[in-house]
Design a protein around this ligand. Structure first.
Ligand SMILES: [Zn+2]
Length: 477
């Protein structure tokens, strides 16, 4: 007797004659027209039914070039364990219930342009090719990956202008190609945890209304965290900021923990600055670039440092705050020297600006040691000047006639060492009196020496001020 089954082994539907399963579950190559007709009929049946609570597309095998556009899924929908072929489109389709794509495989490109999801979960999903979620509206909590299962995006992935109305989590995800969140809006809390970007990735112009956290983010190419806006405090934990652009993001309320920063001249810096000096620019795939003149770039980077400085001061991380303060000042120093030829720019940066001298003398108030070196340099150097400009000691009981000491420059090299060191010691005493603002020194200075001493006293006063400032900074920490 013929006991041929008429029901699909995976569901209760009629088999797709002459195959063993229904058209949805059959692994046999199928025409997209025939499949679409059957699918739309099934969708219609589910949407109209009062008893069916969930549209189960579990383990469905979808054909290539499937267009499920402008549709309406009124029930919860499950695509768990389903597999999609090449070129699937859900554009402008609305899923009113919860949609789950657990362990779903997308073998080709998927487009969800202007799709409306209510709480989709893509757990342990595999997107083998490009995935476009541009302008998608995620009405409820949405989950891409979770703490146990990893999701893989093998092609270019885009969430441009997507709107996440509630909580969103991207966890345990690897984006193998260029990834773009340009202008995405996160209205609920957002969590990016253990996300790997293998190529360029951009969160340029994203907007976060609630708490945002970026934990354990790894990236192999440029990561654009630029022009991001955080309304509430955000957390950046365990991120390497080499190759990360931060310009125009409001970083005042961001908590940075266990992060690595690029190092420029022994200070923690941002990649935006390193990039200015980097002559070889890599090819850019993303729209986060701003083409600015040199001066405007320094201004922009200066703003980043200012924000980071304020941030780290707030969290009482004074070492970093100090480094970013130096960054702010370095940008100011570079801004004033953007014009002219190389020599002029060098002079302006180093010798012909207050910023330049502030840096030379105390590393912008960060190094009292550097100031101390300058103080000893000025103190010993001016003693030589006094030898050259002349002075005499005051007559006293032992010595009726004053000794006049006034060297020619050449004498500095000809005098025997004993006389020279004796005279230099006396000049050092003068220098010390002047340097420490002592009156009644036992020497009479020539007019030239008096002029020199005014100069020394002025320098001494300035250095002392800078020294005290640096010491104060040190102890404030
Ligand atoms: Zn079936």
């Amino acid at each position: 007797m013929n006991t041929r089954r008429t029901k699909c082994s995976l569901c209760e539907r009629e088999i797709w004659y002459p195959h063993a399963q229904c058209i949805f579950h059959s692994g046999v190559s199928k025409s997209v027209e025939e499949f679409t007709d059957a699918f739309l009929e099934e969708l219609e049946r589910v949407n109209r039914s009062d008893t069916i609570k969930k549209f189960s597309c579990r383990s469905f095998i979808f054909p290539d070039n499937l267009q499920l556009e402008n549709l309406f899924f009124s029930k919860d929908t499950s695509f768990d364990n389903a597999s999609f072929g090449q070129n699937v489109s859900f554009s402008k389709t609305k899923f009113v219930g919860e949609t789950s794509f657990r362990n779903t495989r997308f073998l080709g490109k998927i487009s969800c342009n202007r799709t409306h999801f209510v709480g989709p979960s893509f757990w342990y999903g595999r997107f083998e090719d490009d995935a476009f979620f541009d302008n998608v509206y995620f009405e409820n909590g949405s989950y891409f990956g979770n703490s146990r299962d990893n999701t893989y995006f093998g092609g270019r992935t885009s969430f441009r202008d997507a709107r996440f109305a509630r909580k969103i989590a991207f966890e345990n995800i690897r984006f193998a190609q260029v990834t773009d969140f340009l202008r995405a809006d996160f209205l609920g809390s957002a969590r990016f945890n253990s996300v790997e970007f293998s190529q360029e990735a951009s969160l340029h112009l994203t907007h976060f209304l609630e708490e945002a956290s970026f934990l354990n983010i790894t990236h192999k190419k440029t990561l654009y965290l630029s022009s991001m806006f955080f309304e509430k405090p955000a957390r950046f934990h365990n991120i390497d900021f080499n190759n990360v652009l931060l310009k125009k993001s409001n970083l005042e309320e961001v908590e940075f923990l266990s992060c690595t920063w690029p190092i420029i001249q022994n200070r923690k810096a941002v990649f935006d600055e390193a990039e200015i000096y980097d002559k070889v620019k890599p090819n850019r795939n993303l729209e986060a670039e701003t083409t600015l003149g040199l001066e405007a770039k320094f201004v922009e980077v200066g703003h980043i440092y200012k924000r980071l400085q304020m941030n780290f001061e707030k969290y009482k991380s004074y070492a970093e705050a100090g480094d970013f303060y130096v960054g702010t000042m370095e940008m100011r120093r570079k801004i004033i020297a953007c014009k002219g030829n190389m020599l002029w720019r060098w002079l302006r940066q180093n010798l012909l600006s207050l910023e330049g001298w502030y840096r030379n003398i105390s590393k912008y108030g960060q190094s009292y040691f550097r100031t101390l070196i300058w103080m000893s340099l000025i103190f010993t150097l001016f003693a030589i000047f006094y030898l050259l400009t002349g002075f005499r000691n005051e007559p006293n009981e032992q010595q009726m006639h004053p000794t006049i000491i006034n060297y020619e420059i050449s004498e500095l090299f000809r005098k025997d060492i004993r006389t020279l060191s004796a005279d230099y010691t006396e000049a050092l005493v003068i220098s010390m009196f002047v340097f420490t603002f002592q009156r009644n020194m036992p020497y009479k200075l020539s007019i030239e020496s008096q002029i020199i001493s005014v100069l020394e006293a002025t320098l001494s006063a300035s250095l002392l001020a800078l020294f005290l400032l640096a010491i104060r900074r040190k102890f404030k920490r």
